[in-house]
Design a binder for this molecule. Structure first.
Ligand SMILES: CSCCC(=O)C(=O)COP(=O)(O)O
Ligand SMILES: [Zn+2]
Length: 209
């Protein structure tokens, strides 16, 4: 199988997913970035500043296993948040996809607590994130939205090296959610599940629950 025949269907799937997220209102105004890991440890990632509802195959940059840009198109730079994808792939060798989106609800819930983790309600939907417990008590790690993205990546690495998260997701306060998974389909589902939980939390607060 050639690199091209391996890559084309992966990028086509990411393009369709980005379009879906865009129409959910989670990738407006060029927000968010999506990546897929290759068997050699490198990964394709969306180029910085592209409209995520209208991506095409030339809107991706390939990062090599050593972290260097290996393939790009004229005028394109890798996502400004590439360092976060890099650290996720380093920490979770089984992960082959990493998705990051910005929703209004993610930003609201990131302010529901002052500390560095958000308790998650014991919803059935948690099973989709791998939590198979009765009445689970788990939480989502929250990170500070530093202007310097590598600093966010460093804090993710430091924290997850000490203790693994309970769900394959992290929240950057006032910014958005990042998930990782062993397939593109699972990463898309994880984004949808986490965003459902965020909508539930916002609705519950409005309802005074
Ligand atoms: C208006 S989005 C600000 C940057 C950001 O947080 C993001 O997710 C998109 O950055 P990229 O460089 O990947 O386009
Ligand atoms: Zn972002």
């Amino acid at each position: 199988m050639t690199t091209q025949s391996l890559t084309d269907p992966l990028l086509a799937e990411i393009i369709a997913t980005a379009r879906h997220f865009y129409y959910q209102g989670w990738m407006v105004g060029t927000a968010g970035n999506l990546s897929v890991r290759l068997p050699n440890g490198g990964f394709w990632i969306t180029a910085s500043g592209r409209s995520k509802g209208e991506l095409c195959k030339s809107d991706f940059v390939r990062i090599g296993p050593q972290g260097k840009v290996e393939h790009t198109s004229p005028g394109l730079k890798p996502s400004a948040e590439t360092a976060i994808h890099q650290v996720i792939y380093k920490l979770f060798p089984e992960a082959t996809s990493c998705y990051h989106v910005h929703s209004v609800e993610a930003n609201l819930v990131s302010r529901f607590v002052q500390g560095d983790s958000l308790p998650l309600p014991p919803l059935e939907m948690l099973k989709g994130l791998g939590v198979w417990e009765e009445n689970p008590k788990c939480s989502l790690p929250i990170f500070t939205n530093h202007l310097q993205v590598p600093r966010i990546a460093t804090e993710i690495e430091e924290r997850f090296t000490k203790a693994l998260p309970e769900v394959p997701a992290l929240l950057i306060r006032d910014h958005g959610i990042t998930v990782w998974a062993t397939s593109l389909e699972s990463a898309r589902n994880y984004i949808e599940l986490v965003e459902y939980i965020f909508r539930y939390l916002v609705a519950a607060r409005c309802a005074g629950i």
